[in-house]
Ligand binder design. Structure first.
Ligand code: GCV
Length: 740
């Protein structure tokens, strides 16, 4: 009895304390049901009661013309979204002549007149005119005095984009009657680049196999392709390159053209065109020509015939992406021709069909003489700048965000702003080859934003990279590409937080001026719950995550000191690879005298490739952004930093800070436990724990190595590395994923 009373008292006290807590902080939600992440940000979970009532009134039915696959896809998405959020499906009602009160009405600009009783039709048409073929208008309107939710556009794809935009707002908890949107994309080409091989392996892929099941195509079509299309269309992505830039000739065989056509059929209603990466020497390898010289008429004729063949199966085929004379791939230089000769030959084969060529500028050659060291960072500019204005109108030059290779931080590529007479495409890497794969939580929105907002000062005036892509220099608009992080994993990207990188890429592709924090908020609200108690900590973790990775991997402008081949983990000591510019020691140049790559006039003079205003700033360590210091300068270890520390002390402090940041992210995630379903919570928690171990490893191995080469003692109060340098050097990762 005594025991019972004690127990009852304890329970009452606990209940009392809980009541007070709930009174103070609001009711804790019951822990949500497990989710596997398949639904991405299109979860459409039931809304809280108040919002549900509002949506119920605003979405009694869907009125949409039932005449094209794209509009049908929009109506289906509306139905799915509303049904999910309300718990009951909306009615389907005719859109003309008069949809009823509270309907969501999809209408094309040229059909506005047929909606009888629609107030303001003329104004609506005027508002729509500048929004172009892909834009949309979403707002309340009145039909015979009754309020409706109008999604209007000049073309079907705008109706689909507008639908997704409206659903996004509703999912984020915006009251339906307060949603008013008018938007259009800034860039016409918003493309994903899959580095997917025909055997379903994925180069630099960390999310399972390729989603393209080439073996089973074209007769067996995975429904996942439709969900892929929905997710991309929800962001406005309108193109996808299906295969790896390290391409195989077979992708242009009749069998693979049929497989590509089957994928194109699924993606078409969602406004997504398919493209293929092509191997320069394809006709030669298929033994259908005797050379691959771009100026040989037989070669040009072969490509023209091949283009005709493709377009017979895929009338809206987008075109080719080409990696040529890069990392061992064949190209026009094999025949002493230049990149423009090669790109233009392909462009002429595609031009009659309105196809385009995306020609990559990711090139670097071995030094002409053994022992000679040229700066890899200067080579793309050296090869492409002289070709400005020499490309056909349907060629775009695709430039990586930085001049080396998707490092945790790179200065913007000097080609942006330097080719005013050539449309340029940005190439970002969404998959995290150098950023901890799908294991580390690193939100790339901040990285993308940093490059897009970089002021090139081209022409001596403000000119961000985003404006360059938008054609501010001569009106020829470019595009944007992201190396996809998508695979066959149930959650698509290998981890929940890697979904955010796909999301952020797509949103910035639509509007390069969007703010990465606002994007993170949108994503978190849709992916977890539109509840500030979840969104704010999640966003905080995301916003600090990339800087944390830079700090524990490559602080202060260090770069390319990762493990050989797989790029996993630290390996600053590597000095024995076949080419000088594959070795980490080539990039950090650390020794007794100091550390960093001198890219000023006393070194490789890469700074001179930037516009004069930028070059001047980067030439002087005092005016170089501290986060890029060792990218541009080789400095003595005792250089005094703005913080008052020496360079050596500063480097160590950054490594320590990176590790501490991961610990802070872990703690933040632990506090989110009550708000996130157990399955996703545990998965993220395990990844963060692994990230913590690997951040510590990066920090320890790098400090051990740089201490060894500098001969300096550890700064006071700093913990020594857990293991010896020899231990870190001995680690091997023979089966690391994604290594082509
Ligand atoms: C597709 C880096 C990657 C390669 C990739 C290459 C490229 O070197 O490590 O895997 O190859 O970039 O972008 O072409």
């Amino acid at each position: 009895m005594q025991h019972f009373l004690r127990h009852a008292r304890a329970c009452l006290t606990a209940a009392f304390v809980l009541n007070i807590l709930l009174g103070l902080f609001g009711a804790l939600p019951a822990r949500a049901a497990d989710e596997d992440g398949y639904d991405l940000w299109l979860r459409y979970r039931p809304l809280p009661t108040a919002q549900r009532t509002a949506l119920q009134a605003a979405a009694t039915g869907i009125a949409a013309p039932d005449d094209t696959p794209t509009v049908r896809a929009a109506a289906a998405e509306l139905r799915r979204g509303i049904a999910g959020m309300l718990g009951r499906a909306p009615d389907t009602i005719p859109s003309t002549p008069q949809p009823r009160l509270g309907a969501v009405v999809l209408v094309r600009a040229n059909a506005l007149a047929q909606v009888s009783g629609l107030a303001d039709a003329d104004n609506l048409r005027r508002e729509l005119a500048p929004l172009g073929p892909e834009g949309y208008l979403v707002r309340r309107a009145r039909i015979k005095g009754a309020p409706v939710m109008l999604v209007a556009a000049n073309a079907d794809i705008g109706l689909l984009y507008g639908t997704f935009a409206w659903l996004r707002q509703v999912q984020l908890g915006v009251a339906p009657d307060r949603i008013a949107l008018a938007d259009k994309p800034a860039l016409p080409l918003r493309v994903l680049n899959h580095w997917d091989n025909l055997d379903r392996t994925v180069e630099r892929g960390y999310a399972g196999e390729s989603i393209w099941n080439w073996w089973e195509l074209p007769n067996i079509v995975d429904p996942r392709y439709t969900d892929y299309a929905r997710a991309n269309a929800s962001l406005g992505i309108n193109g996808t390159v299906l295969n790896n830039v390290n391409a195989k000739a077979e992708v242009l065989s009749p069998a693979f053209i049929a497989k590509t056509a089957a994928i194109a059929d699924v993606l078409r209603p969602y406004g997504i065109r398919v493209y293929l990466s092509v191997r320069w020497s394809t006709p030669l390898e298929l033994k259908e020509t005797k050379t691959a010289d771009p100026l040989d008429p037989q070669v040009a004729a072969w490509w023209a015939r091949k283009a005709d063949e493709i377009y017979r199966s895929i009338p809206d085929f987008g075109g080719f992406l080409v990696k040529a004379n890069s990392e061992g791939q064949p190209g026009p230089q094999d025949y002493h021709r230049n990149h423009a000769d090669g790109a233009n030959m392909l462009a002429r084969a595609l031009a009659p069909h309105n196809g385009i060529v995306m020609w990559r500028a990711f090139v670097y050659n071995p030094p002409a003489h053994p022992g000679q060291v040229s700066d890899r960072a200067t080579q793309a500019y050296d090869q492409f700048k002289p070709l400005d204005g020499k490309f056909d109108r349907n060629v775009l030059v695709q430039v990586k965000n930085g001049a080396i290779d998707f490092q945790p931080r790179e200065p913007a590529h000097p080609l942006f702003g330097a080719m005013p007479d050539t449309p340029l495409m940005m190439e970002f890497q969404v998959t995290k080859e150098y950023l901890g794969y799908a294991t580390h939580l690193v939100y790339l929105g901040t990285l993308f934003q940093e490059t897009l907002r970089f002021d090139t000062r081209a022409g001596g005036r403000p000119m961000t990279v985003a404006r360059v892509l938008e054609g501010a220099q001569d009106g020829r608009v470019g595009g944007i590409a992201g190396v996809a992080n998508i695979g066959s994993s149930r959650n698509w990207t290998g981890s929940t937080f890697d979904q955010a990188n796909w999301y952020a890429y797509g949103r910035l592709a639509w509007n390069p001026d969007l703010d990465s924090r606002a994007i993170a908020r949108e994503w978190a609200g849709q992916t977890f719950a539109p509840d500030a108690r979840v969104v704010e900590p999640v966003v905080d973790m995301m916003m600090r995550s990339r800087e944390a990775a830079v700090d524990y991997m490559t602080p202060l402008g260090l770069h390319h000191i990762m493990g050989t081949g797989h790029h996993h983990g630290p390996a600053p000591w590597v000095d024995n690879l076949g080419r000088a510019d594959w070795n980490p020691v080539y990039y950090h140049r650390a020794g007794r005298d100091g550390i960093g790559f001198d890219r000023t006039a006393t070194g490789s003079n890469a700074v001179a490739q930037y516009a004069p205003d930028v070059a001047r700033r980067l030439a002087d360590p005092a005016t170089t952004p501290p986060e890029q210091l060792l990218w541009f300068h080789h400095l003595p270890w005792d250089t005094r930093m703005p913080s008052g520390r020496t360079l050596w002390e500063e480097l160590v402090a950054h490594y320590d800070h990176g590790v501490a940041e991961v610990a802070a992210m872990q703690a933040e995630w632990q506090r989110l436990r009550p708000f996130v379903d157990a399955r996703r919570y545990d998965d993220v928690a395990q990844r963060l724990a692994q990230q913590q171990r690997e951040a510590q490893w990066w920090r320890d191995a790098c400090i051990a190595y740089f201490q060894h080469v500098s001969g300096l003692p550890l700064p006071a109060g700093v913990n020594p590395p857990a293991q010896t340098l020899e231990y870190y050097r001995s680690l091997a990762f023979p089966y690391a994923p994604g290594h082509g």
